[in-house]
Design a protein around this ligand. Sequence first.
Ligand code: NAD
Length: 503
Amino acid sequence: MTTELPTIGHWIDGAARASRSGRTSPVYNPATGQQIAELALADQAEIDEAIASAERGFQAWSRMSIAKRQAVLFSFRELLNARKGELAEIITREHGKVLSDAAGEIARGQEVVELATGFAHLTKGGFNENASTGIDVYSFKQPLGVVGIISPFNFPAMVPMWFFPVALAAGNAVVLKPSEKDPSAALWLAQLWKEAGLPDGAFTVLQGDKLAVDGLLTDPVVQSISFVGSTPIAKYIYETASAHGKRVQALGGAKNHMLVLPDADLDIVADQAINAGYGAAGERCMAISVVLAVEPVADELIEKIKDRIADLRIGDGASSPEPQMGPLITAEHRAKVSGYVDIAEADGARIVVDGRGFAPEGGGDGFFFGPTLIDEVPTTSRAYTEEIFGPVLEIVRVKTYEEGVELINSGAFGNGTAIFTNDGGAARRFQNEIQVGMIGINVPIPVPVAYHSFGGWKASLFGDSKAYGVQGFDFFTREKAVTSRWLDPATHGGINLGFPQND
Ligand code: NAD
């Protein structure tokens, strides 16, 4: 009965806050297909309340010394490290990814927390003495104020952690609007910030749908928007928030290709294609969706991938022994993924392994979809040009390296890509020629470490700034430059209406 289900609310003013909006949406455990909670969707009054609380939080937090802010960040890092198992369980319950994969996303988020603990160095300004006679010039960075983060369902902890450790370290207050599909990880993280000593309001969770998003995009108090999600929404976010004068970084969808040269070790390639194609049921923006096989390797590679698929263990990610792959996020998403396999088939592709209609033993009504392998996908098919976001690997056969590069570069997205080869010269040429933001050389999911930055090209990122790393700190700060002279009556030049010049 829906009436007995718990209702998930907001986190405002440093405390859990029940919603009075009366608007809700269901939250499921994708492995069982059962609804496990109702999520409150904010109304305008709650949006206003969340932003006002964040503004107060900003006043308190941004005035704290670097030393005190650093202590809060270190405390958050220690608490997260000690209790991350609880967070992994929450992720698995609402997202469906297996527990070790949930732990993996937390570990990658924790890297950014660790980067952020060194914020004093990364937000330092610069000083030039005697830029002109008796004049010094220096610059320093200040936080923006209240910043908005809008995140997707597929990494309910890691994606917010790409942004909020950096934003908070730089002195901002954060309003996080998580995905409606797995909203509880954000509340757990909010509670952890409270325990770490962050002032109330500096980390706020606003649950909601388009209304909450539009509230953040248009409210004049909100200074910037960091978004991750699908490309059409990323474009909307970029255009709307920019039109409202905000700084925006909007990361969109992907269609990542793995280019396999004939000299590659095909057993390693098959293992990596399985890992990168079917991990998290393909619901990763850096998942490999297309294997571009430079002939004559395709037939042999397909056999190897097919053999490995037969051994994959699929099931509830919280069960023991742990399976390797869990379900998709919702029944609707499963129908969409299945529809793309129908399209590929109708367009003349060969379905080598068919995951449509798959149900693991004891899988109940879970939203499972079997690993799928499709050969000879026409590059004109929507199943090739569009993002599927499921456990579907597509093989496209090409005759040459050049043909492979041309295909990747002509695609709409530019998030990630990988080349598999033993030829260093070819790999070096690839990294130079490819029009993609993140490249793996014999590495299938090249998510950069925290001290580099994460972001794609083309329809995979709207805006100029990537997530985390030095670019993250630049995004979440504003610079001031000061030109200063301590007046000396002996050298004071009197009245001069000319434009200031150096001497
Ligand atoms: P989504 O675009 O449906 O939702 C993302 C966020 O936008 C959610 O918080 C949602 O509430 C909000 N939203 C949805 N529709 C909206 C609308 N009409 N107006 C305003 N806000 C709206 O994405 P998703 O399904 O949650 O996540 C999967 C997508 O995210 C995939 O396309 C994937 O490639 C992408 N993704 C990209 C990256 C990256 O780094 N480039 C990382 C993770 C996920």
